[in-house]
Design a protein around this ligand. Structure first.
Ligand code: ZN
Length: 259
């Protein structure tokens, strides 16, 4: 084979296969959790762009209009009344993180586990505290307690004010999927460190940001190890000007977990 032919084959190899290699195991995220805490709720990417970067993940929507679950390539929107919508690809998100989910290993979660207990089992099995992980757990639950967030008007309030009177849903005797992202401590301020789960039931009729669970049967947690992190920062003036230098971890704890 002549040198030129070899070169052109190499070119074909890199153009066809390399982008796929770069995408596998990659978390792609828009904006930062501290920007969201500061009330930056204007959308910065369309759901169409988001679905090009992953088929699994979580986030929220333009003007904080509900909780986002991305599962098997479909984006679900759980509004503040607890209803599930299939939003158009043109809708935007101010904050989301997605990946293409490929299971690296599985662990068993026993019946009767709480959220804290299942999180501890996932932590024990993780090969390192310095990677990201996607976690998918489908099964029957005695209870999944969720919340969603209501659509906001400008001037946007801080997230901690919004969640002070968040609608909470007790979803009992339900079958569905916990969609989780675990982020390492060193991305504090960028994303939620540790576990963050959203839920969508199999009927696609309920879900939200998870506050508590009780598993009804033994179930399998599928875990994807994610070693690449692609952070896309907004062009918006509000993002350029917001101050993101302070430690907001106590505020984030109050926003993300059951108090
Ligand atoms: Zn959430």
């Amino acid at each position: 084979m002549c040198f030129d032919c070899k070169l052109s084959r190499l070119f074909v190899f890199f153009t066809c296969f390399l982008p796929a290699c770069l995408v596998a195991g990659t978390v792609t995220q828009w904006s930062t959790i501290d920007a969201l805490l500061e009330g930056l709720y204007d959308g910065v990417a369309t759901l169409g762009e988001l679905r090009e970067a992953g088929d699994f993940g979580l986030g929220t929507f333009h003007r904080l209009d509900g909780e986002m679950v991305v599962l098997d390539g479909t984006v679900y929107q759980i509004d503040s009344a607890g209803r599930v919508h299939l939003p158009d690809d043109s809708l935007t998100t101010p904050f989301a993180a997605v990946a293409f989910f490929e299971t690296d290993y599985r662990i068993i979660i026993p019946a009767g586990s709480s959220l804290k207990e299942l999180e501890a089992l996932i932590d024990e099995a993780a090969p390192s505290a310095n990677y990201f992980y996607g976690i998918r757990i489908n099964g029957e639950f005695e209870l999944v307690r969720t919340r969603s967030v209501p659509l906001q008007e400008k001037p946007y309030p801080l997230l901690i004010k919004v969640v002070a009177d968040q609608p909470v849903f007790e979803i009992k005797k339900t079958t569905g999927t916990l969609v989780g992202l675990w982020c390492p401590e060193f991305v504090k301020g960028i994303n939620v460190t540790g576990h963050h789960f959203h839920y969508i039931d199999d009927e696609r009729s309920s879900g939200g940001h998870v506050l508590a669970v009780e598993t009804a049967t033994d179930m399998i947690a599928e875990v994807a190890i994610l070693r690449n992190f692609n952070l896309r920062l907004p062009e918006l003036r509000t993002f350029r000007e917001v101050s993101l230098g302070t430690d907001r971890s106590a505020e984030l704890e109050a926003v993300e977990t059951e108090q």
